[in-house]
Design a protein. Structure first.
Length: 342
């Protein structure tokens, strides 16, 4: 082979390498375009689906509670969220019942949450209507607005955000997340609305949506009654939070957003939710402290009520106010005392 043939062959090899590199680059760019387009499509679809669930709380100035001096934002400030599980909507004139009532407070400085279940039979003042009744009746009487007003009066804290979910949405969202993990406290079985029977065995179990709903709602077979039921509901909530925090969820976000759009109502804006998720991506159930209300059984005219213990309620009020930074923390109190007395 002479030097001219050798140069010609090397030139051909160089051209081939360049073509290969261009092809690889082209394929890579094509993949980026496809992924980018898919991500953009998912984001667009997610935004459109999730915005359908948005609903303001009526009669609020600047969108804030009357117990707030300034508006707060979920990704920057300590906030409270009212979680309501709605039993059903039979028609346009029946709002249904709030079968599950929880209050969550979140403090961004230490990324902690306190989660309180309020038994649905708790006897409280119903907003400003001037009488006491079961707290879950407030939703039937005046929807989310009266329920928020009632919970604010009971706990003496502002309710900044609310989330309602009906049972169809609950089942579908749990299924989309791949189920939830719970620690079943004892063996039991129960039926759903279709009279299908489900069996639960003591210990760790993974539940699909229908099983999770039956597990969360059962109370007649629980020796602790509403207290046991509330603890099981808090298990479900903490497990859902863990699943939503998982990187695997991103591939299902479009379907989850559609379910939220159809079955969830909230005043959390989609951009606030995205900002919160980005800022607190490592938040999980290990940072949740569960609270419970103590009280007594009460019978009035053959109707059962749960009568909350006043002292316990005051302690919970104080704890939630401190977590929302509406009161000085115990640490700050001690610091102030020490500085004053030095």
């Amino acid at each position: 082979m002479n030097k001219y043939e050798k140069k010609n062959r090397e030139a051909i090899k160089k051209r081939k390498r360049k073509v290969r590199r261009r092809r690889i680059l082209a394929v890579f760019l094509l993949l980026l375009v496809i992924i980018g387009s898919a991500a953009g499509y998912i984001l667009y679809q997610t935004y459109n689906a999730a915005k359908e669930s948005y609903s303001e709380i009526e009669n609020r100035t600047d969108g804030k509670s009357e117990l707030r001096e300034e508006p707060v934002h979920i990704s920057n400030d300590p906030v409270s969220i009212l979680l309501l599980g709605i039993e059903n909507y039979t028609d346009d004139y029946d709002r249904g019942r709030s079968d599950t009532i929880m209050v969550a407070t979140f403090n961004p400085s230490d990324q902690t949450m306190k989660l309180l279940s309020i038994p649905r039979d708790t006897r409280v003042e119903i907003g400003d209507l001037g009488y006491k009744d079961k707290i879950n009746h407030s939703y039937a009487e005046g929807g989310k607005e009266l329920t928020i007003e009632t919970v604010e009066g009971f706990l003496d804290i502002p309710i900044d955000y609310f989330v309602t979910v009906n049972f169809d949405g609950f089942i579908n969202i749990v299924d989309l997340l791949g189920g939830v993990n719970v620690d079943v406290p004892f063996n039991f079985n129960d039926i759903n609305a279709k009279w299908e029977r489900f069996y639960f065995t003591e210990g760790e179990m993974e539940l699909d949506g229908e099983e999770a709903l039956v597990y969360a709602r059962m109370r007649k077979k629980d020796p602790r009654g509403d207290f046991g039921r509330n603890d099981r509901q808090k298990q479900i909530v903490t497990s859902v939070i863990d699943k939503l925090s998982s990187p695997k969820t991103i591939t299902k976000i479009d379907d989850i957003a559609k379910e939220i759009g159809k079955n969830v109502e909230t005043n959390i804006k989609i951009r606030e939710a995205i900002a919160f998720r980005q800022k607190f991506s490592n938040f999980n159930s290990s940072r949740i402290e569960q609270l419970s209300i103590q009280g007594y059984d009460l019978d009035i005219n053959s109707v059962y009520y749960f009568d909350p213990d006043d002292q316990n309620v005051e302690e919970i009020q104080t704890e939630l106010k401190q977590h929302l930074e509406l009161l000085p923390s115990e640490t700050n109190d001690e610091t102030t005392y020490n500085e004053t007395n030095q």
